[in-house]
Ligand binder design. Sequence first.
Ligand SMILES: Cc1cc2nc3c(=O)[nH]c(=O)nc-3n(C[C@H](O)[C@H](O)[C@H](O)COP(=O)(O)OP(=O)(O)OC[C@H]3O[C@@H](n4cnc5c(N)ncnc54)[C@H](O)[C@@H]3O)c2cc1C
Length: 482
Amino acid sequence: MADRSEKRVIVCGGGLSGLTAAVTALESGVPVTLLEKGPELGGNTALSGGMIWTFAEYEKARAAIPDGDPVLQWLVCDTIDEARTWLASQGVILGPHQVCHEGIGRGRQMQPPQAIAVLADRFGSLGGDLHLETALDSLILRNGSIHGVQVARGDRVEDEHARAVVLTTGGFQGNPELLSRYVIRDPDNLFLRSNPWSTGDGFLAATQVGASVSRGLDNFYGHALAAPPARFSKLQFRDVSQHYGQQSIAVNLHGERFADESDGNTEDTLNQRLAHQPQGKGFYIIDQELMACDEPHASGIVTRVIVERARVAGAPVVVAATIEELCRKLSPFGIPEQRLCREITEFNRMIESGQADELKPARRRHRKSLCRAPFHAVGVKASITFTMGGLQIDERARVLRRTAGSSPSAAIPPARAFSETDALSIAIGQEYRQTAIAGLYAAGCDTGNISHFEYMGGLAPALATGRVAGRSAAGFIKKVFG
Ligand SMILES: Cc1cc2nc3c(=O)[nH]c(=O)nc-3n(C[C@H](O)[C@H](O)[C@H](O)COP(=O)(O)OP(=O)(O)OC[C@H]3O[C@@H](n4cnc5c(N)ncnc54)[C@H](O)[C@@H]3O)c2cc1C
C-alpha cells in the first residue's frame, strides 16, 4: 500500500460501523482509506439478522440498562432515526418501523448482504481507498496526537500516515486471552458466535497508547447455541440460537436451575449466566405447549423450528412422555436423575401454587409449569457474539485518555447542551474530566458500555456511532489542515 499524505482518515474495520464512518467522512469531503483484516467486508454485520433496533425511548433504555453509559445511550436513541434515514438514502433497503423486543424496542429490517454491497459501492464511487486482508497492528502517536497506524499485511508491517484514525474492529470476542483477562475464567465455555477476525486489535492498539476502557468489560452479548456434538457453520449461527430459553426451565450439568430464565429483554441474559456454569453447558427443558405455540421469538422463528434445527445440527435433544422418563433419559449426559426430577417437580409445584417469587432462583416472568407432554430437553452451550465493554468514547466518538488528571483548559468542553435529564447532565460533567486522544475515534463494538449486561441492539449502536465517528474524524482533518 503506497504511503500518502496525512490528510486523510484511516478507518480500521469494514463492518457496519466502519463502512458508515468511512462513507460519512467521504461525504464530508475528506479522503478515506478503509482497512479490513478479513478477505471480505462485512464482519458480524454480514452474519446478522439485519434488524436495526434499539429502545424506542431513551428513558426506557436507562430504566433497563442503568449501568450503561448514559451519554452514549442517549446518542444512540437520539440519532438512530437520522442514521437509518441516511442509510436508506444511500440505497440500503429498509423495512417499515417495527415494534420489537416485547414492545420496548423499535427497529427497521435491512438485508445485510444488500446493505454491505451498497455501502461498499458508495465508498468506491466517492473515491474511497479499500484494502482487504490488511489489519491494524498498532497506532502511531506523536506528542499526544495520532499520526497514523502500523498495518500488517501478510508478513509485512508498514506505516500508514493519517491525522485521524477510526477504530471499528468489532470488539475482542475472538481473543481467548482477552476473554480470560476480562470476561470469563475459561473461554472454552463459550462458542464463538462471531466473525473470527474481531480479536481486540482496536482495543489493544488504543490501550497501548493510553486509552481509557469503559465499565462493564466482563459483559457480552450472545445466545445459547445447539450444544456439541452439534456442528454448524457461521452462516447457521442464527438457526441454532436457542431463543426460547426465557420460557424454559434451564438447568446446568448438575441438574440445577442457575438463573431466573425469564430475566432480561432477550435470551442473551440467560446465555451470559449459562457461560459461567460448568463447561458453559446445560439443557433448556420445555413442554408441548411451547413447542406448539405459533408466536415467533425475537429471531422471527417459532420454538419447534428452532428445536428441530438444533436436532438436525446434532445437539442432544431428548423427548419423553413424562418428566420422570425425561430425567432418566438425561442421565447418560451426566445429569443426576434424582436431582433433576426434584428440580422440575419443585419448579412446577411453586409455579402452580403462585409462589414463583420464592423459587431459588425466583421466576419473575413466563410463569408456566411444564405440564403438557411430550417434554423436550435441548442441549445448549453459551456463546459470545460481541463484547459489551471496550474503549471509552465521548459523544463525538473521540477515544478518551486513561488518565483524568488533565488541566481544566485541556478538559473536553461540552459539544452541545444535554439538558434532557439531570442524571445525564451529571454524568456528562464527570466525563469531561477526561481528555481526548487527538485524532483517535472509535465506533461500533470497539466502544464500550452502551449495552451493560442488558442488550441495546448491536447494529443500531454501530450505525449511530459510525455516523458520529465519521463526521468527527472528517471535521478534525479539516481543522488540522484548514
Ligand atoms: C449471528 C448474528 C446475528 C445478529 N443479529 C443482529 C440483529 O438482528 N440486530 C442487531 O442489532 N445486531 C445483530 N447482531 C450483532 C451485530 O451484527 C453487531 O453488533 C454489529 O454488526 C457490529 O458492527 P461493527 O461494525 O462494530 O462490527 P463488525 O460488523 O463485526 O465489523 C468489524 C470488522 O472489523 C474487522 N477487523 C477486525 N480486526 C481488524 C483489524 N485489526 N484491522 C482491520 N479490520 C479488522 C473484522 O474483520 C470485521 O469486518 C448479530 C450478530 C451475529 C453474529
